[in-house]
Design a binder for this molecule. Structure first.
Ligand code: SF4
Length: 242
C-alpha cells in the first residue's frame, strides 16, 4: 500500500485568535505565495518569491501543525487558513481533509481568483466558513491588484458564495482615492444582497507599491456613508473593521 504523503507549505502560525473566525476560538496558519499583487498589500513576505525564499528555513511542517492541533483538541474550535493565497497550494485539499478528520472547523481566507478550487472545497464540505476579499470593481481589479487577477473568476467566486452553500463574508480594504463613491456604488451592485460585508480600514504601512504608503485611511464619516450605500443594495450585515 502506498501512503499519500502531502506537504502543505506553511510559513506561519498564530496559535490563538478570538477575532478571525466569527464566534469561534481558532488558530491561524499562513501559506506562502499569492496569485495577486495588490498594490496595498502589507505582506510581501507572503507574496514575493524572493521574500518567500528568505523565509523558507522557518517554514513549519504540516506534521508540526497537525500535532499542535491534536494538542489543542477541546480548546480550539477551528483553524483559519490564510495567506498569501491558500488556494494555490497543491496539497490544500489533502491537508484540510486531515484537519477535518480531527473534527476541527475550517475557515478559508481567499482572494477568489481560483473559483474552481473554492467550489470543490465547498462541495466536498471541507470548509465551514469562507472570507473572500473583494478588492474593487471588476473593471478596476487589474489596476489595483495586477495582471494575475482574473475579474471573471472573481465574479464567479462572488456569485457562488452568494448562493449560500457555505457561510461566508466579503471584505474590502477601503483606501482613500481608490474607493470613491462611484466605485462603492459599482461594488455594491456586484455584491447586491450578499450576507455579510466587512469594510476594513487601510493602514498606511509598508506596501507592495510604495506609492500606497502615503495613502490615507478613509475617515470614519466616509466609511459610515459607504456603509449606508451598501445597505441600500440589500447587503444584510455590514460592519466596519478597524
Ligand atoms: S491577495 Fe493581495 S493583499 Fe492578499 S496576500 Fe495576495 S497580494 Fe497580499
Amino acid at each position: 500500500m502506498r501512503l499519500l504523503v502531502t506537504n502543505m507549505l506553511i510559513s506561519g502560525v498564530q496559535p490563538l485568535t478570538l477575532l478571525d473566525y466569527p464566534d469561534k476560538v481558532a488558530a491561524i496558519i499562513f501559506t506562502p505565495g499569492c496569485n495577486m499583487r495588490c498594490r496595498f498589500c502589507h505582506n510581501k513576505e507572503f507574496v514575493l518569491p524572493e521574500e518567500i525564499q528568505k523565509m523558507r528555513p522557518s517554514f513549519i511542517s504540516e506534521k508540526t501543525i497537525l500535532n499542535f492541533l491534536n494538542s489543542r483538541r477541546g480548546k480550539l474550535d477551528g483553524l483559519v487558513i490564510s495567506g498569501g493565497e491558500p488556494t494555490i497550494q497543491p496539497d490544500l485539499k489533502q491537508f484540510i481533509t486531515k484537519v477535518r478528520d480531527m473534527n476541527f472547523l475550517v475557515k478559508l481566507d481567499t482572494n477568489g481568483n481560483l473559483p474552481d478550487v473554492l467550489k470543490d472545497l465547498v462541495h466536498e464540505k471541507l470548509v465551514d466558513y469562507v472570507a473572500m476579499d473583494v478588492k474593487t470593481t471588476l473593471d478596476r481589479y487589474k489596476d489595483l491588484v495586477g495582471n494575475m487577477a482574473h475579474p471573471e473568476n472573481i465574479k464567479e467566486s462572488i456569485d457562488f458564495l452568494k448562493k449560500g452553500s457555505v457561510a461566508y463574508e466579503f471584505r474590502t480594504t477601503m483606501i482613500d482615492g481608490e474607493h470613491t463613491e462611484d466605485v462603492v456604488r459599482e461594488m455594491a451592485t456586484l455584491l447586491r444582497e450578499a450576507d455579510t460585508l466587512y469594510l476594513q480600514t487601510f493602514r498606511p504601512e509598508v506596501t507592495l507599491d510604495p506609492l500606497f504608503e502615503s495613502k490615507k485611511p478613509l475617515s470614519q464619516e466616509t466609511l459610515h456613508s459607504y456603509r449606508t450605500i451598501f445597505k441600500e443594495f440589500g447587503i444584510k450585515n455590514i460592519a466596519i473593521r478597524q
